[in-house]
Design a protein around this ligand. Structure first.
Ligand code: NAG
Ligand code: NAG
Ligand code: NAG
Length: 579
């Protein structure tokens, strides 16, 4: 190309486009390479690019190709066992603090040797059995001092918290898929509702009408009563041009702007700001969502959760202690800087939250956990930002990269895809680590509300309408059990199932999976993306959905033995491909 040619406007435009494309390509390659080297995988742990939220799940994850249930979908029972729904005991008191020092000591060991880091099973056993050892109620300055008394929520009223209300933050861009529904329902299933608020941040840089569209989204419409009740707030996320670091007191400021360097300055009124020159920043959704959590937590505190989590326990005891900044470890990476921020918490307006923001600006508005983690560590502030081990929020992450090193978790999943599998024997080691009593399998199985009972003992308070039904089931023969000689058996279809149903031919037969054994002790399970995948019937994730539905239609209790007393929620939509 000669000089004259390259100076023509068209050619210059072309050149600009080419440079831009090159830059994008370079960025993509670099990110992938970095990701691969640092984390050993190309799968990010972050929310999706909007483009893949709508793609259909045409992937061939089933060996036989077909996903259909061969006509058994409407005949099969939901489960072979009656779940013990209230397996967590009573909900922690509103003032309960988790002892971070103790939790780190037990589940990690020392910071240099990490003696306990890989003992995820033991960590979770501790979390479930030793609440008395790591939970406590402060004797002085309890957070609830001065608050009104507790009023539980009801159909139209969110209730009253007898302590500070904790904000929860999630971010999304795109339609309300079943995965958004899964997170939100897991929140309602597990958290202390009068004492929590769920902020759903919608990216209005990508779609200026995101809030309106969400309010009309068929997937979200079911939650409108809870928007009305005040549980869910739809918030507009716009990438800010600057962030307020410190608000001036009256009379501060000398009418001039004072530059402090690295993007920070004090304005005429004395407020301290941090400038985000967004020119420097890539607007990939992953990068945006990385930034959202730090900005939002700096302003409002509480907890940020990536949408690809399922909450399994009340997070409050981790969120109310005075210095509760935390995130997770990246699998079994050993660096004290190897944070993952899929679930993280910061004290608002704190020196730590400011430090993160300033650091990210220095690094060119880069909030990637790898960058941020190195930063806090290098600046000697790692101690202030607790790193929780895999057993808290992501139990399987380390174990399947190095299988067999320590005892597996229950269930023993060897990759993130297995939580979606419902075919018989699809998960070879599913129960490998379990050594508790076997569940009684009910002949003919159980469905709907009968699939859960209120508490461990024989009592079934609250399900009296089903009492008779229940004892009927008990009287029937157990599958393969010892009560073969029961003469009171009612005549019934073979093996007690509905006429026409053959459990051996059903591709997704009912089984004994219950939420009680889905990473019990962990606060959350991290699905890690897989946005387009649908859980097969009777997979672990399908069981989670059914458990949510049973609770949210008011019939089953949650893990704390509580009944849902909010508006009745529409159940999850079935996935037609599994019919
Ligand atoms: C928290 O745990 C640490 C370490 O085990 C212990 O020394 C401390 O006394 C505990 N704090 C409370 C308030 O129980
Ligand atoms: C943080 O500071 C801002 C401005 O200084 C203030 O509006 C906000 O209420 C503070 N947030 C919290 C949770 O204290
Ligand atoms: C659940 O079923 C599997 C497969 O039949 C079995 O290996 C496992 O022990 C059962 N678990 C319980 C708790 O009964």
């Amino acid at each position: 190309m000669d000089k004259l040619d390259s100076q023509r406007p068209a050619a210059r435009a072309l050149q600009t486009v080419r440079n831009l494309l090159l830059a994008v390509a370079l960025y993509t390659v670099l990110t992938a390479v970095l990701q691969f080297f640092f984390y050993g995988s190309l799968t990010s742990t972050h929310p999706p690019r909007p483009t893949n939220q709508h793609s259909s799940s045409s992937s061939t994850d089933s060996p036989s190709g077909s996903k259909s249930s061969n006509g058994y979908a409407h005949l099969r029972p939901d489960s072979l066992v009656v779940a013990n729904d209230a397996y967590m005991g009573t909900r922690p008191h509103v003032d309960t603090y988790a002892n971070f020092t103790r939790l780190v000591e037990v589940c990690r060991g020392s910071i240099t040797s990490l003696e306990r880091m890989k003992y995820v099973y033991d960590c979770m056993q501790y979390l479930i059995e030793r609440k008395d050892d790591y939970y406590y109620i402060p004797t002085e300055n309890a957070p609830s001092i001065g608050y009104p008394s507790y009023v539980p929520s009801s159909v139209n009223d969110i209730g009253t918290c007898n302590g500070p209300i904790i904000p929860y933050h999630i971010w999304w861009s795109g339609k309300c898929t079943w995965r958004v529904e899964l997170f939100i329902k897991s929140y309602f299933h597990s958290q202390n509702l009068p004492c929590s608020r769920l902020n759903l941040w919608l990216d209005v840089d990508v779609n200026p009408n995101a809030v309106d569209e969400m309010m009309r989204d068929p997937g979200f419409v079911r939650f409108l009563p809870l928007v009305k009740r005040g549980d869910i707030k739809l918030r507009e996320w716009k990438f800010p041009a600057r962030v307020l670091l410190r608000q001036a007191n009256d009379g501060e400021g000398n009418g001039k702007i004072i530059k402090l360097g690295d993007g920070a300055y004090i304005d005429e009124m004395g407020n301290e700001w941090l400038e985000f020159s967004t020119r420097k920043m890539t607007f990939l959704p992953v990068a945006v969502s990385d930034a959202v959590r730090f900005v939002v937590l700096h302003y409002e505190g509480g907890v940020y959760c990536d949408m690809d989590n399922v909450l399994l326990r009340d997070l409050r005891p981790l969120l109310v202690p005075p210095n509760h900044g935390f995130a997770e470890r990246w699998g079994w990476y050993e660096g004290p800087w190897d944070y993952n921020t899929a679930i993280m918490s910061l004290h608002p307006n704190s020196s730590l939250s400011q430090h993160f923001l300033k650091g990210a600006v220095k690094m060119g508005i880069n909030f990637h956990p790898y960058i941020i983690g190195r930063l806090v560590y290098k600046d000697g502030r790692g101690e202030e930002f607790t790193m929780f081990e895999d057993g808290f929020f992501d139990p399987i992450w380390g174990q399947f990269n190095t299988p067999g090193v320590t005892r597996c978790t229950v269930p023993c999943l060897e990759n993130y895809g297995q939580a979606f599998l419902g075919r018989k024997n699809a998960i070879p080691k599913d129960w490998k680590a379990y050594d508790g009593p076997k569940f009684e399998e009910i002949d003919g199985g159980v469905s709907g509300n009968d699939a859960g009972r209120n508490s461990d003992g024989a009592k079934n308070t609250g399900r009296s309408a089903y009492e008779e039904d229940w004892s009927d089931k008990r009287r029937r023969r157990r599958r393969g059990g010892a009560e073969e000689n029961d003469n009171n058996l009612q005549p019934r279809a073979p093996a007690g199932f509905a006429p026409g149903y053959d459990i051996d031919k059903d591709p997704y037969p009912p089984n004994n999976r219950t939420l009680e054994n889905f990473f019990r002790g962990a606060y959350a399970y991290h699905i890690h993306n897989q946005w387009a995948k649908h859980p097969e019937p009777n997979s672990w994730l399908d069981m989670v959905r059914k458990t949510h539905d049973g609770f949210l239609n008011g019939n089953r209790v949650n893990m704390y033995g509580e009944k849902w007393n909010g508006p009745q929620l529409v159940s999850y939509d079935p996935f037609p491909e599994f019919n």
